[in-house]
Write a protein that binds this ligand. Structure first.
Ligand SMILES: Nc1nc2c(ncn2[C@@H]2O[C@H](COP(=O)(O)OP(=O)(O)OP(=O)(O)O)[C@@H](O)[C@H]2O)c(=O)[nH]1
Ligand SMILES: [Mg+2]
Length: 219
């Protein structure tokens, strides 16, 4: 009897992720894996960034358990989108991404976002072949989430603290939250945003432009 260990499954995922990364490098496209809880604002951030990024060719692979709603929203905003339905699985894996990117004009893209399934735990161990990760935290989730779920914040090259327009209505201390994130990951870039008031979106979009075509590195 053959027992398949979790580490073998993860190794298979990592092998496919390396192939994905080679494909992305060959096509000179920077790839961002966006990870967060459900509803932190990943899709809205992409919708609201589309106008500033109109001079770039952008693709999005969107992971959700069910429905094509996010891909429909993203296409409406003018970006290329492919929806992956995981049918109950709580994260994307590298094989799903390999299949999805076949539906995109990869050779024309400057930037590819992979919007992972909304989940603060499961996506962490699954390399998708991305160049960098962005963690999105909505302030409605509470200040304790980075310390209670450190995995996504530890691996994120960039952290977006979103829904900052709601600050007056919540018991949420922004400086404390930023300090806690920095204790987990000293090097992470931090953007503080609101997709409603547009606060912080210029800085976020400037950073996206700076990594375009640079395999995730700033030009
Ligand atoms: N007040 C406020 N609401 C926001 C902001 N950004 C997003 N929202 C709202 O938050 C809700 C969830 O946003 P989505 O962009 O769908 O969140 P998501 O992270 O893509 O969600 P999943 O794909 O389900 O994980 C929507 O009703 C948005 O309008 C913000 O900056 N401020
Ligand atoms: Mg979404």
């Amino acid at each position: 009897m053959k027992v398949i260990m979790e580490k073998d499954l993860l190794r298979a995922n990592t092998d496919q992720a390396e192939q994905n990364r080679e494909l992305f490098n060959k096509n000179n496209v920077s790839v961002i894996n966006m990870i967060s809880s459900p509803g932190s604002g990943k899709t809205t951030l992409l919708e609201k960034s589309a106008d500033s990024l109109r001079d770039y060719n952008i693709g999005v692979v969107v992971g959700d358990l069910y429905t094509a709603r996010d891909a429909e929203r993203i296409e409406k905003a003018g970006l290329h989108a492919v929806q992956v339905n995981t049918e109950g699985m709580c994260h994307l894996n590298s094989s799903m991404v390999a299949r999805a990117v076949k539906e995109l004009p990869l050779e024309q893209l400057d930037l590819l976002f992979i919007e992972n399934v909304g989940n603060l735990v499961c996506p962490v161990n699954f390399d998708l072949g991305e160049h960098t990760r962005v963690a999105v935290l909505s302030i409605t989730e509470g200040i304790d989430k980075p310390s209670k779920y450190p995995g996504i914040f530890r691996d994120a090259g960039t952290t977006v603290i979103n829904k900052i327009d709601l600050l007056p209505h919540l018991d949420f201390d922004l400086d404390t939250c930023i300090n806690e994130i920095k204790q987990i990951n000293t090097g992470t870039n931090i953007f503080v945003t609101s997709t409603t008031t547009k606060e912080g979106l210029d800085e976020w979009c400037s950073w996206l432009k700076s990594i375009t075509k640079g395999n995730g590195q700033e030009a």
